[in-house]
Design a protein around this ligand. Structure first.
Ligand code: GTR
Length: 326
């Protein structure tokens, strides 16, 4: 019965969605792992509205939220081949593909979200965006992903020693696997959508993420300890498939570029508000928050991760230049 109701609801949504895009000459499919209402989803929807308006209804963007098109790593492949046109993802799952993205995914590379904004809004951000092109992607916008911290179902983590031997899920990137090893934990790379049940069934002890993801994924329901050690500030990116991009006229490409750029302040504002709301919800649920953390040992433990992943003069230079941005 439940299945039939769900199917009926799905079919009704599909029919509505087809009707909504029937007038558009081109409908660009956009993927996001997050649910409707999440700041990245809303930002891309907003971008779509701007594109539709500026092309007088010729080009539309349909956002498939909640991982309807698949988990990030798989959707990235589909985007490369033009099966998916647009994709909003973390830099993390790009790390094994585009080496420049590793630098902006290194633990503690950014001193603060402000520092990250300054870097990504400037020449270095443009350089990172350009690095996507030879791999079949056009990076159109960088979005906020706050700072990521550890959570788990077992005990409060107050120091690196507490992480010893813990099984912690990370995004599918070697940078994060090595980060966990350097902290003495066992990294378990796994798609985002599998984390809830993996914690619930004890396959892993915990994971790491920002306030909005910790809350919207429901992970806080199964992981009662959240340590605000803020080891990662990983920018998020909206990419377009080069295959889909090349089908557009230069004028339409410019409209898309500008609309994506204009969606960035929208995202930042929504992000700031959502971080607060999510924090309130998680605190109200009774999650134990550990905030008196000395970050220095965590930072010091990352030396081998930098040595291994920023391992060419080009990447080392990028690290130095990012660190030099005031
Ligand atoms: C979120 C991020 C997603 C995804 C997820 C994860 O913070 O917005 O794009 O990377 O984390 O941990 O897989």
């Amino acid at each position: 019965m439940k299945l039939r109701t769900t199917l009926a609801a799905l079919l009704a949504t599909a029919a509505l969605s087809t009707a909504a895009f029937a007038e558009c000459e081109v409908t660009l499919k956009s993927s996001d792992t997050h649910p409707d209402g999440y700041p990245t989803v809303s930002a891309v929807q907003k971008m779509g509205e701007m594109v539709k308006e500026r092309t007088e209804g010729r080009i539309c963007v349909e956002v498939f939220h909640s991982a309807q098109l698949g988990e990030e790593k798989d959707t990235i492949e589909q985007t490369k081949f033009g099966v998916i046109d647009l994709n909003r993802v973390s830099m993390g799952p790009f790390n094994n593909l585009i080496e420049e993205t590793k630098v902006v995914s290194l633990p503690f590379i950014f001193r603060s979200v402000d520092h990250m904004h300054k870097v990504m809004d400037g020449d270095i951000g443009a350089e990172i965006a350009a690095a996507f092109e030879p791999h079949g992607f056009v990076a159109l916008a960088f979005y906020d992903g706050g700072s990521r911290s550890f959570y788990n179902s077992k005990k409060p983590i107050r120091s690196i020693e507490d992480l010893a031997g813990m099984k912690v899920r990370v995004m599918q990137s070697d940078v994060f696997v090595d980060m966990m090893s350097a902290l003495g934990a066992n990294a378990t790379p796994m798609p985002y959508g599998e984390v809830y049940s993996a914690i619930q069934t004890g396959v892993i002890d915990g994971a790491e993420n920002n306030w909005p993801s910790f809350e919207s994924s429901g992970h806080f329901e199964v992981a009662g300890y959240y340590t605000l050690n803020e080891h990662l500030i990983v920018p998020e990116v909206l990419v377009m498939s080069k295959v889909s991009w090349d089908k557009l006229s230069p004028e339409d490409q410019e409209i898309l570029r500008q609309a994506a750029k204009d969606s960035m302040p929208v995202n930042r504002e929504l992000w700031a508000a959502r971080e607060k709301e999510s924090e309130e919800k998680v605190r109200a649920a009774g999650v134990e928050i550990i905030s008196d953390i000395d970050k220095t040992p965590f930072i010091e433990a990352m030396v081998p991760v930098y040595e291994k992943h920023a391992n060419t003069p080009k990447l080392q230079d990028l690290v130095t230049r990012i660190q030099a941005v005031e």
